[in-house]
Design a protein around this ligand. Structure first.
Ligand SMILES: Nc1ncnc2c1ncn2[C@@H]1O[C@H](COP(=O)(O)OP(=O)(O)OP(=O)(O)O)[C@@H](O)[C@H]1O
Ligand SMILES: [Mg+2]
Length: 286
């Protein structure tokens, strides 16, 4: 451990990742947060939630963010999406500074925020309808994503007729429908039972592999972060700053059994120690 935030866990020589092997990463920059800060006003007082965070994701990179509760992870994600105003810094997608939400970024939240009166296919196609895309095109894209997320046969069902895991599949399909450059996921599986959650992790990696999306995934579960991500970033207790970063050396595709290996567990333990330390700091500060 370097302790300076520039850590690579595990044997970097065992990965094909160009950055880990020391070569410059030639992939284009998809998402770049520079000096990103967010303040909330509470009872007339300004409270800093995110403080001067720099984060860049290359094309197709999967980054997971972990950190204590209340550290500012959701705020950071919402700031990237343009849902909360920045107090400082910029968010760029493909090198262009963003101003508010746009179809180049899509979010999947913890609660499946589906429209209960619309069928599954109409939920998936909703964003395309808003964007006034022709009907035939909307349904072609929605059907492809329904197949990709394992929902074939459920097109005409309503959200209330699906399980929690299936509803989150619909949410992921819906987020992908606008073909965003960056997919933002805020604890998308936290409402699911452990077994469904594991299945969904494997499914998400398949979808991600197929779509080659650049993704930022917020989670409390360290094993989920390590299993899914190319890099895991730990946020400090509020205000969120990056305390440490780990490059995850496992090859892809990653079978679910990978989680049972000693190396996976060792990386988890190392990250957990940092997050726990931050959590203790946050508890003391309360
Ligand atoms: N709308 C708001 N107004 C004022 N303060 C807010 C608002 N939303 C969040 N906060 C505060 O900002 C801080 C960061 O909140 P945030 O939801 O980003 O944390 P988090 O890391 O996502 O937490 P969790 O892991 O519990 O989801 C918290 O102290 C929270 O109370
Ligand atoms: Mg949150």
């Amino acid at each position: 451990m370097t302790g300076d935030g520039g850590l690579t866990v595990g044997d970097s020589s065992s990965t094909s990742d160009p950055v880990a092997s020391g070569a410059p990463d030639a992939r284009p920059s998809r998402l770049c947060a520079k000096g990103l800060s967010v303040d909330y006003v509470r009872k007339g007082k300004s409270v800093r939630a995110v403080d001067n965070v720099d984060l860049e994701l290359r094309d197709g990179e999967f980054v997971a963010i972990v950190g204590p509760s209340g550290s500012g992870k959701s705020t950071f994600l919402m700031a990237i999406d343009g849902l909360v105003p920045l107090s400082g810094g910029t968010v760029s997608v493909n090198g262009t500074v963003t101003h508010g939400p746009a179809p180049d970024r899509a979010v999947v939240f913890q609660d499946a925020s589906l429209l209960p009166w619309r069928t599954i296919i109409d939920n998936v196609a909703y964003g395309l309808e808003i964007a006034k895309r022709p009907k035939a095109e909307r349904y072609r894209i929605a059907e492809e994503l329904i197949a990709l997320t394992g929902l074939r046969g459920f097109e005409q069902f309503y959200p209330s007729q699906l399980s929690g895991g299936m509803r989150q599949r619909v949410n992921i399909a819906r987020a992908l429908a606008s073909n965003p450059e960056v997919l933002l996921l805020d604890e998308p599986f936290s409402g699911l039972d452990a077994q469904t959650r594991e299945t969904m992790q494997g499914e998400l990696l398949k979808v991600w592999d197929e779509q080659k999306k650049t993704a930022v995934f917020v989670t409390h579960q360290i094993d989920e972060a390590v299993y899914l991500a190319d890099r895991v970033i730990a946020f400090s207790a509020r205000p969120a700053r990056i305390v440490q970063e780990w490059r995850i050396p496992f090859e892809r595709p990653r079978p679910l059994e990978l989680k049972q290996t000693q190396k996976h567990r060792d990386i988890e333990a190392e990250i957990w120690a940092v997050v726990r330390h931050e959590g203790e700091k946050s508890a003391k500060g309360r």
